[in-house]
Ligand binder design. Structure first.
Ligand code: ASP
Length: 314
C-alpha cells in the first residue's frame, strides 16, 4: 500500500516534470499583452480564440482595442504627437509561417495594425512607410481620421513651453502595446502597435515596425515583443535575439533576461532607459524581463487572467 502510494507520488512528480517541459494542454490557447491595459484588450479576442480562432486574428483584435481607445495615449487615436504636433504610428504583425507586415511613420489612420496585416497579406512587401503607407491604407478602404485628441494636443502645447525631451521610464511618454498569442492549433502570432516616443523628432521610427526588433515570431520556437526605448532594441535586434535564445533551449524568462543582459553589456546609458521583453514559446510557456522595475504583462488562458510583474536587471 505504502509502496503503491510512493509510486503514485513519483508518477505525479514525473507528470508534473513532463508538463513543465511541454506545458499543459489547458494552456492552449493563451494570449499575453504588454502592460495592465492588456487585461481589457485580451478579453476582446478571448472568446474567438477559446473557440478555435486563429492567433493572428487574436493579436489583431487585441491591438485594435488599444488603438481605438483615446485614453491610451501611447497608440493610435489619442497617441501623443511628435515635437511638431503630428501623431505618427508604427505597427507590425507576424504569423507562425514567418509572414510579416508592417507600417512605419503612418499618419491619420486609427488602426495601423490592420494596415500592417494588409501589407502582409496583399502586397509583396514587408514594410510600407509614411505617405505611401497612408495611400495604401486609403486605397484599402481605411478612413482618414485626425488622431490628435484635445487632451494630447493640450499636453503637447504645455510641453512646447519648455520643449525638453526626456523620456520618462515606464510610463508617460511611451508604452508600446505588444501582443503574443498561441491558438488551439498550436500556431503562434504576434503584433505590436505604438505612437512611439512622445515628442520625438518628426520622422523618427522606433523598433515597433521593425521585424526582429519590436516583434519576432518563429512558429517552431516562440515569439517575443517588447516595450521601451526603441533605440536600444533596434541596436540589439532584441525580439529576434530572445527567440534565438529560446531556440537554444532557454525558457521565455531566461531568454528575455539574456537579451536584457546584451543591452546592458552593449549600451552604456542603459540605466536611463527602460526596455521590457515578453515572450512565449510554442508550448505555451511565457515570461518577461526588463531593465527597470515596473514592466508587466497581462496573461489570459482558460484558467488564468492576471497581470504578471516582470523581474528586472536593476
Ligand atoms: N518602443 C516604442 C518606441 O521606441 C515605444 C514604447 O514601447 O514605449 O517607439
Amino acid at each position: 500500500m505504502r509502496y503503491t502510494a510512493q509510486l503514485g507520488f513519483v508518477g505525479v512528480l514525473f507528470k508534473d516534470f513532463r508538463w513543465a517541459k511541454e506545458a499543459p494542454k489547458s494552456e492552449m490557447p493563451l494570449i499575453v499583452s504588454t502592460w495592465h491595459t492588456g487585461i481589457k484588450a485580451n478579453r476582446a479576442a478571448w472568446d474567438d480564440l477559446a473557440k478555435g480562432g486563429t492567433a493572428i486574428d487574436a493579436v489583431e483584435t487585441t491591438a485594435k482595442v488599444e488603438e481605438a481607445d483615446p485614453n491610451n495615449q501611447s497608440v493610435g487615436l489619442g497617441g501623443r504627437p511628435d515635437r511638431d504636433g503630428h501623431v505618427t504610428l508604427d505597427a507590425c504583425i507576424m504569423d507562425h509561417k514567418g509572414q510579416a507586415g508592417s507600417v512605419a511613420f503612418l499618419e491619420g489612420i486609427v488602426h495601423p495594425i490592420s494596415v500592417a496585416r494588409r501589407v502582409m497579406e496583399k502586397t509583396p512587401h514587408v514594410i510600407l512607410a509614411g505617405e505611401g503607407a497612408k495611400q495604401f491604407a486609403l486605397a484599402e478602404g481605411f478612413v482618414e481620421t485626425d488622431l490628435l485628441t484635445e487632451k494630447s494636443k493640450k499636453e503637447w502645447k504645455e510641453w512646447l513651453k519648455t520643449a525638453q525631451y526626456k523620456p520618462v521610464i515606464n510610463v508617460e511618454s511611451h508604452d508600446t502595446i505588444g501582443i503574443l498569442a498561441l491558438d488551439m492549433q498550436g500556431h503562434l502570432a504576434g503584433a505590436c502597435t505604438t505612437s512611439g516616443l512622445a515628442y520625438k523628432m518628426h520622422g523618427r521610427v522606433g523598433d515597433s515596425p521593425i521585424i526582429g526588433a519590436g516583434l519576432f515570431v518563429d512558429g517552431e520556437v516562440g515569439a517575443c515583443t517588447c516595450s521601451g526605448l526603441g533605440e536600444l532594441v533596434l541596436k540589439t535586434l532584441g525580439s529576434f535575439l530572445v527567440v534565438e535564445f529560446m531556440r537554444q533551449g532557454k525558457s521565455p524568462t531566461q531568454a528575455c533576461k539574456k537579451a536584457i543582459e546584451r543591452i546592458v553589456a552593449k549600451i552604456p546609458n542603459y540605466r536611463e532607459a527602460q526596455v521590457g521583453f515578453v515572450a512565449i514559446d510554442k508550448h505555451g510557456r511565457h515570461g518577461a524581463y526588463a531593465i527597470q522595475p515596473g514592466f508587466e504583462y497581462a496573461l489570459k488562458t482558460t484558467t488564468q487572467e492576471i497581470i504578471i510583474k516582470s523581474k528586472s536587471y536593476l
